[in-house]
Design a protein around this ligand. Sequence first.
Ligand code: KG4
Ligand code: ZN
Length: 354
Amino acid sequence: MIVLGIESSCDETACALVENGSKVLSSCISSQIARHQPFGGIVPEIASREHLTSISALATEALNLANLSWQSIDAIAVTQGPGLVGALLVGISFAKGLALSLDRPLIPVDHIHAHIAGAHLGMTQDPGEIYPAIALVVSGGHTNLYAMRHRLDFRLIGYSQDDACGECFDKVGKVLGFTYPGGPKIEQLAKGGSPTAHPMPRMMDAAENGYMFSYSGLKTHMVNLIRRQKAELSPSDLADVCASFQQAAFSQISRKISLAIQEFQPRSVIIAGGVSANQAFRERLAKEISLPVYCPELQYCGDNGAMIAAMGYQILLGKLSAANGTSATNDNEVATDSLAKFDWDAYPKYHFQI
Ligand code: KG4
Ligand code: ZN
């Protein structure tokens, strides 16, 4: 089954064709970063207009790259949220028109859940080896922790009560004088610095705050630290500041994941979203966690259409299986006895984030 995935929630227009939820036939992304950079952040009206300008050509490009025609599309998956309302509207309207004209199913997809599906793209492992899993979506808009029994059965167990982790990287980057997004630049500079050069606040202790995250305290600490420097930071000072900040930002995540592993007893950990592209973060988790850690390929960490198509495929498969009265997941992703320790019903099944 070939699914066209359409993404337009923020500053990237993306269209991709994915076969059977995992084989990427083509993935086209048009980034608007340069258009927003002069304003120091995303301007929603500009974002909507840019999506409108590029979406049709991008879908055509995806088909051409995959050597396919419009008629070869079996279903259309589109980001329904969370995101900028005007930007989402462009992708949704385009997808609706296409679904109607081609007479194909339209599958609305949650952008954050799709980031997790992005980790499955090109994966050779059997889902039975992966689930139950703890999944973290760590991006510019969200820091969400999920307990997953399988790909379509999961609960949101923790999230940031203020800034997202990636947002904190971007804001610290801005104070240091970097253009958006600050994350990659901070990672690059941190490589030459000492992570213990500057003491950092330790926030959201697992014992008191469970799985909840907070990044605004770390952000304020960094803003004060940088502004206190009277002279301009030398290259080695800058490297130390970035390394110390990065270490603190990831420590909070490590602590929460360790707690979730203890309580949920998963088979693996999945990390996705823009920040999961950070190599220091990946290496740290691989060292600290004794379970397999799965991350998307670098090209599928940030926003893309392939992850939307992959999630759409899973949802469609679940619906078709339910209609046929077979397993909702159509694979062997089963819950295990270890889940008995975890209070699954303490977390709401449905949640809505904007
Ligand atoms: O998933 P994404 O492309 O868009 C959202 O859905 O938000 O994530 C973008 C975020 C930005 O905050 C960016 O600074 C961060 O991901 N990011 C990184 C790295 N690459 C991207 N943060 C830390 N280290 C990186 N290497
Ligand atoms: Zn995203």
